[in-house]
Design a protein around this ligand. Structure first.
Ligand SMILES: NC(=O)c1ccc[n+]([C@@H]2O[C@H](COP(=O)([O-])OP(=O)(O)OC[C@H]3O[C@@H](n4cnc5c(N)ncnc54)[C@H](O)[C@@H]3O)[C@@H](O)[C@H]2O)c1
Length: 261
């Protein structure tokens, strides 16, 4: 195996690790030798993900852990359980997702706050708690989105597609800043903090149910297609590894060129 990013002996906690984009990341980190904690709120998906990742890893440990990223106590418990089992933590990836697809005029203040809470406050609390237990340096990687950099084009999201909501992009824009702030703050501890901003990676159900929508997305992309599920994992493994030892505070955009024209 070509181990571009050697992660032997590293412990990686992947929040939302059972999700569409989180699972290939778990697989890739296991492939590169890391012990992987698949941390998610969904019991059935987590069980399936752990079985899947265990097949890929070369004897390194894989652990499933149920937690709610929106709950501070739950975050503390999950990090404590990780340290108890593995002795520490080296890599944190946050690939959780939460948003309600409504138009600006229909989004209530409570819904707006709830999305900001899970996507911003919880991302911060999770990173803070993980950094407390990181050993000799570490790598924190947060999922932003191209919609934290540019607005969605509403002409793409016509019914039956739900709008891509304002509070989602606002939250992802905050992630772009959060990684800069934390990168500076934790640089003396050699904890690097970066984000990845995916473009359009709709899951298989959306692909199957809404081919017209997929066509409209693809038309916006210079490379002419939506992203494939596995097209982020190598980049994240790189950011997690010592190959990226001089990179911090950055947001890597992986969008087929969506944001460049
Ligand atoms: N798929 C895309 O097109 C796309 C584009 C840009 C950015 N992103 C970002 O990528 C990340 C992953 O997205 P995805 O498409 O894999 O979504 P997904 O819904 O498939 O995966 C998210 C995972 O997070 C878990 N989760 C949700 N709420 C949780 C909670 N409170 N506590 C713990 N786990 C929770 C879910 O169970 C799920 O397994 C998200 O941050 C998303 O905003 C996705």
């Amino acid at each position: 195996m070509n181990k571009m990013s050697n992660l032997d002996g590293k412990v990686a906690f992947i929040a939302g690790g059972a999700g569409y984009l989180g699972l290939p990341v778990c697989r890739k980190l296991a492939e590169h030798g890391a012990c992987v904690v698949v941390a998610d709120i969904d019991k059935a998906k987590t069980k399936h993900a752990v079985e899947d990742v265990a097949i890929i890893g070369s004897g390194n440990k894989v652990k499933g852990l149920l937690f709610d990223v929106g709950d501070e106590q739950s975050i503390r418990g999950a990090i404590a359980e990780t340290v108890e089992e593995f002795g520490g933590l080296d890599i944190l990836i946050n690939a959780t997702y939460s948003a309600v697809g409504k138009l600006v005029e229909e989004v209530s203040a409570d819904e707006f706050d709830a999305t900001l809470h899970v996507n911003i406050t919880s991302a911060f609390v999770l990173a803070r708690e993980a950094a407390r237990v990181m050993r000799e340096g570490g790598s924190v990687i947060m999922f932003a989105s191209m919609y934290g950099l540019v607005s969605p084009d509403p002409r793409i999201y016509v019914p039956p597609m739900k709008p891509n909501p304002i509070e989602y992009g606002v939250a992802k824009a905050a992630i772009v800043h959060m990684v800069k702030y934390l990168a500076v703050h934790w640089a003396p501890r050699n904890i690097r903090v970066n984000a990845i901003a995916p473009g359009a990676f709709p899951n298989p159900k959306v692909q199957k149910d809404h081919p017209d929508f997929i066509g409209r997305l693809a038309e916006k992309v210079p490379l002419g297609r939506i992203g494939r599920q596995d097209e982020l994992a190598d980049i994240i493994a790189f950011l997690a590894s010592d190959k990226a030892s001089y990179m911090t505070g950055q947001t890597l955009v992986v969008d087929g060129g969506w944001t460049v024209w």
